[in-house]
Design a protein around this ligand. Structure first.
Ligand code: PLP
Length: 453
């Protein structure tokens, strides 16, 4: 036994036995396990074999927006933990959460005001739906309980998150889901009908939303859950689509919950994705980038208008608000403040917009006219490359070819982390990604794609 003793192998076995890995169906197989990460710095992650991976995914799920190993964030967390690590929001208010709430409210001129701080994106989404129900109750409309969500969307894993997500595995496995969630089509400009301009398509998608609302009965609908830029497939919409969505929500008093868990806090080169389109949501959800992944935190952020409706003229005594043990966790909020400071001081919105745009351009020129690259799209450090069997007809590859999956595996073999959602190759690097890192990432992505295609 001693001769064959392999501490890394033992850890992999232990991880199968003792840690239920998330998001992997075949959790009990060795193959389904990733490598054992032991350290990380900047945009590089090192595993137990000493392999160093270039991180095109901000840690894998888009949270490590400041990169890895930031001493400034660690110092802020340490200082907060040794001063007031946590006290319950039920008993005490705490300064870091007040300051972070104030800072978030001031990031944009969208009228965002009040943050309901939780610990994850799924909880933020769930809380946003509760806020929306509170809004309608306060207006005397408790029968408004339905939520609309879109195909290809992802909003988390809790019952509400899964019910609002187009993830067929969750939908089947966790059935029955929450009632009152109604599916809309995605707005997928690359796959719009032939002969339609993007703007006409944006209008057609908005018309379809309105038709669904009328068919369901506007008086039954509380809100619509829609990312301003759906991240999984990088579906940058035509600007008129979100403007029309805003108008429709206003017309029927339906709240737009803009899920910015993935793209918020800088990823697209603005604080929030909605800023690209000149529209303002009613409730914004945030997580991941809000603390750069250093400590878990999420938030449902409501506009002043929504909060005044919930709390205005004595309604406060009526409003029921859920609460978590870790609500507005002081240490998590301290990490959030350190992250916002870093983004501002290091001008990371500007560099994200500039370097991200350069990466998108590099992919476009590299693959112009390529028979299997249908579309290159994105905003800032949210980039998608859609691979197809025939770029002329946009016909997708047969599923069983698993082209996207093979590109992802090929990249990992070459020590580069990218993601494939179906055959859409996605990159979401950290905001601290330099021009040199970006050049390396473009080269590594092209190498993996070219070797598979
Ligand atoms: N909403 C969006 C848009 C997401 O991308 C995610 C996670 O990827 C979630 C919600 C759920 O967040 P969490 O995994 O922190 O629960």
């Amino acid at each position: 036994y001693e001769a064959h003793h392999n501490p890394i192998g033992d850890l992999v076995e232990d991880s199968i036995r003792f840690v239920w890995r998330h998001g992997v169906a075949a959790a009990a197989t060795r193959e389904a396990r990733g490598p054992l990460a032991v350290s990380a710095s900047g945009v590089h992650v090192t595993d137990a074999d000493g392999r160093v991976y270039l991180d095109g995914l901000s840690g894998g799920s888009a949270a490590a927006t400041l990169g890895h190993g930031r001493v400034d964030v660690a110092d802020a967390v340490h200082a907060q933990m040794t001063t007031l690590h946590w006290v319950s929001l039920r008993t005490f208010i705490n300064e870091p959460s007040i300051e972070l709430g104030r800072r978030i409210a001031g990031l944009t001129d969208a009228g965002l005001q009040t943050s309901f701080f939780v610990s994850s994106g799924s909880e933020a989404v769930e809380s946003a739906t509760q806020l929306a129900k509170s809004y309608h109750r306060a207006k005397g409309n408790p029968e408004r309980t339905k939520f609309l969500y879109r195909k290809t969307g992802y909003h988390g894993t809790t019952l509400v998150g899964a019910s609002a997500s187009d993830n067929q595995e969750f939908r089947t496995w966790f059935a029955p889901l929450a009632p009152g969630f109604v599916e809309l089509d995605a707005c997928y400009p690359y796959r719009r009908p032939d002969g339609m301009t993007e703007e006409e398509y944006g209008d057609a998608c908005a018309d379809a939303i309105e038709a669904t609302i009328l068919a369901e009965g506007p008086e039954t609908i509380a809100g619509i859950l829609a990312e301003s830029i759906p991240a999984a497939l990088v579906l940058v919409p035509p600007a008129n689509y979100l403007r029309r969505l805003r108008e429709i929500c206003d017309r029927y008093d339906i709240l737009w919950i803009d899920d910015e868990v993935f793209i918020g806090v800088g990823r697209t080169g603005r604080w929030f994705g909605f800023e690209h389109f000149g529209v303002t949501p009613d409730i914004v959800t945030s997580s991941k980038g809000i603390t750069g992944g250093y400590v878990p935190l999420g938030a449902a952020i409501a506009t002043g208008r929504v909060m005044e409706t919930i709390y205005g003229d004595g309604a406060a005594t009526q409003a029921k608000v859920s609460g978590h043990t870790y609500a507005a966790h002081p240490t998590a909020c301290a990490a959030g403040l350190a992250v916002l400071d870093a983004i501002e001081k290091e001008h990371l919105l500007e560099s994200t917009a500039r370097i991200g745009e350069g990466m998108i351009e590099a992919f476009r020129s590299r693959y112009a006219g390529h028979p299997n690259v249908g579309d290159v799209r994105g905003k800032g450090f949210l980039i998608g490359i859609e691979l197809v069997e025939d770029a002329g007809t946009k016909a997708p590859f047969a599923k069983q070819l698993a082209v996207g999956r093979r590109v992802m595996d090929r990249a990992m073999e070459q020590n580069f982390m990218l993601r494939a959602t179906g055959d859409v190759i996605t990159l979401f690097p950290a905001l601290v990604t330099t021009q040199q890192d970006a050049d390396d990432m473009v080269a590594a992505t092209c190498r993996a794609i070219d070797e598979v295609l």
